[in-house]
Ligand binder design. Structure first.
Ligand SMILES: Cc1cc2nc3c(=O)[nH]c(=O)nc-3n(C[C@H](O)[C@H](O)[C@H](O)COP(=O)(O)O)c2cc1C
Length: 186
């Protein structure tokens, strides 16, 4: 299984967690790691090159900090300019059929803030629904996201442990696939 990680953190050098996750993936020497904010400082996404990379990998990881219930804007732009109509979806758009999509997300809020009545009111899974539907749309399997809470206040030891557990998860061929509509929904 060939794995590609798109890392989208606007200031990764200031992020202990995302730097550590990206380094840990790079150290495997088996995952292709692409730091979008370094690759595209002028936000000119090379959609053709990105599509070629996607076609050459089986598991696509989107790694990002949760920003107001979505991903940082360069990753949204990457999605819009890479997953194009007639290529990824729509008539004859089957380039990503059968691939796996795995999100690796950090949140500032603690786990219990992501529930009905909590500070964020919805579960992270619910808030990530647009990504789930993108996977459905392009015919990819949506894997259970790797979510790390309270990311701004963790200790160095917790960061090191999370990097180890994240890499294990990212390379695990048996990460559960989420049903097309997600658990508990009709
Ligand atoms: C613009 C912005 C929006 C954010 N929105 C949320 C949010 O909606 N929910 C949340 O739990 N954390 C939110 N955060 C916190 C980030 O998710 C948190 O800082 C990040 O996961 C930790 O990564 P870092 O310290 O490595 O940057 C936000 C941070 C920024 C800068």
């Amino acid at each position: 299984m060939k794995t590609l990680a798109l890392v989208a953190h606007p200031r990764i050098s200031d992020s202990r967690l995302h730097r550590s996750w990206a380094n840990a993936l790079e150290n495997t020497n088996t995952v292709t790691v692409r730091k979008l904010y370094h690759l595209y400082p002028y936000w000119k996404i090379d959609g053709t090159a990105e599509q070629a990379l996607l076609q050459n990998h089986d598991r696509i990881i989107l790694q990002f900090p949760f920003y107001l219930y979505g991903c940082p804007p360069l990753l949204k732009m990457w999605l819009d300019e890479t997953l194009t109509f007639r290529w990824a979806y729509g008539p004859s758009g089957e380039a990503l059929k059968g691939k796996q999509l795995l999100l690796a997300v950090s949140t500032g809020g603690p786990a219990d803030s992501f529930q009905a009545g909590g500070y964020h009111n919805f579960t992270v899974e619910e808030l990530l629904t647009p990504f789930h539907q993108i996977a459905n749309l392009v015919g990819a399997s949506y894997l259970k996201p790797y979510v790390f809470h309270r990311a701004r206040t963790v200790t160095d030891q917790e960061i090191a442990e999370s990097a180890t557990s994240f890499v294990r998860y990212a390379l695990d061929p048996n990460v559960p696939v989420q049903p097309v509509r997600g658990p508990g929904r009709r």
